[in-house]
Design a protein around this ligand. Structure first.
Ligand code: SIN
Ligand code: FE2
Length: 224
């Protein structure tokens, strides 16, 4: 793991954000927006995603350490995040097909930009969207999202389908991880002093959701 990064100089605009039913602060610069996307819009998102995944199917990537990830992934946007034996990188094309990643559907871009603005990041324009699909048992170990150059812009994460327990810490690995259950339609935004916060997802529990069946989809929007 790389050395810990120094604290960001971004002003702490967020501590004063009130804790309201539609915004639950997690840390400075980080909040959960419960039910930001209603069920009808979530269904629209999934229709848009179907087209994306037709062009760029989900696949289990391999980590630099040689492990097959339990989460299946794909991307949309000008840039797509990939992992392979040679490392993590953003690429313009899908290594499976050699073609550019599909565009970010406007309905998804709009949600991401409005959620970021709700937390105070009003110049967020994502150029990458990582699509994660969790089946029961799939998990994501705590990590930082640090392959982007635009560290002044937040990460915006939209959850659809089965609930999952999200872990959220701080920029240092030793920070205790808080746990919060993310339901379908919930959005998490982390940026500013929390931009490099460690986060992860506990193994997905069995279940069925009316929109997705036996899985959870998470979209994380980034500005690369
Ligand atoms: C991620 O860290 O890329 C995804 C987080 C999530 O699935 O909630
Ligand atoms: Fe992440």
């Amino acid at each position: 793991m790389a050395a810990e990064t120094p604290p960001l100089s971004t002003p702490d605009l967020f501590r004063s954000l009130p804790d309201t039913p539609d915004l639950l602060p997690l840390a400075a610069g980080a909040a959960v927006l419960p039910g930001f996307v209603d069920e009808a819009s979530a269904a629209t998102c999934l229709v848009a995603l179907r087209g994306v995944l037709n062009d760029a199917p989900l696949r289990h990537m391999v980590t630099p350490g040689g492990h097959r990830m339990t989460v299946a992934m794909s991307n949309c946007g000008p840039w797509g995040w990939t992992s392979s034996k040679t490392g993590y990188r953003y690429s313009r094309t899908d290594p499976e097909s050699g073609r550019p990643w599909p565009a970010i559907p406007p309905v998804l871009r709009d949600i991401a930009e409005r959620a970021a603005a709700r937390v105070g990041f009003d110049t967020f324009h994502p150029d990458a969207c990582l699509i994660n699909r969790y089946r029961p048992g799939a998990k994501l170990s705590p990590h930082q999202d640090r392959d982007e150059r635009a560290l002044d812009q937040p990460i915006v994460s939209l959850s659809l389908g089965l609930p999952a327990t999200f872990q959220f810490g701080g920029p240092a690995r030793r920070t205790r991880l808080q746990r919060t259950v993310l339901e379908s339609g919930d959005v998490v935004v982390w940026g500013g002093p929390s931009r490099l916060a460690y986060h992860g997802v506990l193994p997905l529990a069995e279940g069925r959701h009316p929109l997705t069946g036996a899985c959870r989809i998470n979209l994380s929007f980034r500005q690369v």
